[in-house]
Design a protein around this ligand. Sequence first.
Ligand code: DUC
Ligand code: ZN
Ligand code: ZN
Length: 487
Amino acid sequence: MVLTCSRYLQMTQPDLIIKNARVLSSTDDQIADIAIAGEKIVSIGRVESGTARIIDAKGLIATPGGVDVHAHIEQMSGMGLMNADTFETATRSAALGGTTTVVSFAPQTSAPRLLDAVEDYAARARRGAYIDHAFHIILNDMTSPNVVEDLKSLIAAGHRSIKVFTTYNIQLSDRDLCDVLAIAKDAGALVCVHAENDGLIGWTKDRLLQTGKTAPRHHALSHPRLAEIEAVERLIRFAEFFATPVMLFHISTVEAVEAIRKARARGVSVWAETCPHYLFMTSDVLDRPGIEGAKWMCSPPQRTQADQAALWEGLDDGTLDLVSSDHAPYRFDTTGKLSNGTDVDFSKIANGLPGLEVRMPLMFDAMLTGQIGSKSFVAMCCTLPASIHGLGAKGDIQHGFDADIVLWDPNAQTTYGENDLHDNVGYNPWVGRTVRGAPSTVLLRGQTIVENGSLVGDPGTGQWIARPHMGVSTNAQPALEYVEATK
Ligand code: DUC
Ligand code: ZN
Ligand code: ZN
């Protein structure tokens, strides 16, 4: 029996039971049943059927729904180009790839007032999203009217992460970064950073272009690895001074992994993510003839095999916490990558590649091939993204968690084609790659949104998730102590 107390039994009688799956959670890998009542998981183990609907999952693998905490949706590029996906197209592709929660961005630039910018994105997602969602608030101008007041009230209302850049023409000054970190610490928000040194990139890019090195493959060279290393090391020092955590986005180099490892060893609270295109691709993807390599252009760029090895090692020893897609969708046509024509230098081509639909399958395949363990797969793709970003009921198969569950067919095998993703990008950067395992059924809060590999959910059923602030900080305040101790 699931439950013994009869009053409790009435309250939590399951209405859906997934039977005989191999259930992977952050703590277990076992053959079990999962009982679901309403939107929640109420039991994992051996469950009597009663009157509940049954999904027979013998031979299937049940994992938590994917939690992708870094995706660009309906967002303007650095060059002022709207990306290719709406919330509807991005999240249907996410759902079909086994992702049930996404954190995308609400950029300050989308309205004169920060409150309105965030509400604008919330409304877009309310209309279109198939899956649950939240937003990182992108800050690029700390002088705009009411920005501090709006930021504090947004954090209090459940938007508890901020994204800042050190490059891309929307970087904050060091001085403004200090204000953001101080506010985040007081209000309990997490600051996430695109960390690459703008000057090193700008200077290198100009020299490459001046010497006729203009092809997509030169884009990778225009983002020297030292640009990432320098910015990561500096951000760690800022986190240390304010004793407040930072999340370093899309780590791509050996040296950045090592800097994070050392920082953690001396007690700095720094979290870090990497992405499938750094784990599975190297910079030679850009070496196609003509402009073709533009399809794979992103920042930071793909690196070397040695970097890949360091990233896997970083995930293995916990230096890197999680894997996000950094989904940044641009079509390979005049609305996207080729908006400035086909005879252009790399600096005129939008950066980014689609990833929402492939992140989970690529990592699931890495689990089936033994590259990562089953609990690690769950931790880095579901549980840690959720817990680090304040999505408390997401990302695990445990009593009381949201019933966001993917049933994978481990015997399915897919070789990606040119245009088989369900976003609005029109090409698949993973074309030719074979992955084992495919999501056949996806549940979002107990409702089936993907059945036999087909979308059956509705746009607009995804809900915004209010995220509690990180709590009043009780840790050291070195920045304030420094000021106070100064006579
Ligand atoms: N890099 C980013 O940091 N964001 C979007 C696209 C990209 O390539
Ligand atoms: Zn970035
Ligand atoms: Zn990004």
